[in-house]
Design a protein around this ligand. Structure first.
Ligand SMILES: [Zn+2]
Length: 192
């Protein structure tokens, strides 16, 4: 296909918090704002995107698990967007999450989780771009199938997808530098 522009679907399946979320981290506190910042940054370089926020708390149903794939409006909306957008675009799904500073990933500003086998080149370059921009290591974990069902489903449909975990303690300027790096690497991807 020639001149097919990229369309980014940003999912935030764990965006819905409840009264107890502060004690048990049953939602990703920074995911929706990170997804919205990403969407804004993409818009500024002319890449279209949409943010899909989960509407069910993960204690009720984890929208990133296989059990939710055919039973929730959120996952149905994702498939609908994929069907709709793939007529004119090359789709990339960035599944956006966040973790507290106290987690085992606390030293990293961002962690990539890849559900397929080996991490593909485009995701690897994106990770490198962030790491270079922040002059800090990030980590990319691969072979995480079965527990990241959004990615698993997208991969089964031939759609590029990866999960991005943002550190909830990232200062705003770090978040913005991350979103800019991601945007730039997607821009390079779209132009090749
Ligand atoms: Zn999450």
């Amino acid at each position: 296909m020639e001149n097919v522009s990229t369309f980014v679907i940003l999912t935030a399946p764990h965006a819905r918090c409840t009264a107890t979320s502060h004690s048990n981290h049953s939602c990703d506190f920074a995911a929706l704002s990170a997804a919205n910042e990403l969407s804004k940054a993409l818009d500024s370089v002319g890449i279209e995107s949409i943010v899909l926020a989960g509407d069910i708390n993960r204690e009720t149903t984890d929208l990133n698990r296989a059990v939710a794939r055919y039973t929730t409006d959120f996952r149905e909306s994702l498939r609908m967007e994929v069907r709709l957008r793939s007529r004119k675009h090359e789709i990339i799904v960035l599944d956006v999450h966040s973790y507290p500073q106290s987690s085992k990933w606390g030293t990293y500003p961002i962690v990539f989780l890849y559900a397929g086998g080996r991490v593909p080149q485009w995701a690897d370059s994106m990770g490198m771009a962030i790491s270079n921009e922040l002059r800090k290591p990030i980590t990319i974990l691969d072979n995480l199938g079965q527990i990241n069902d959004i990615q698993d489903e997208m991969h089964s449909l031939g759609i590029r997808a990866i999960l991005l975990e943002f550190n909830e303690s990232n200062p705003r300027d770090v978040l913005l530098r991350i979103t800019r790096s991601i945007t730039q690497s997607l821009g390079r991807l779209a132009s090749v």
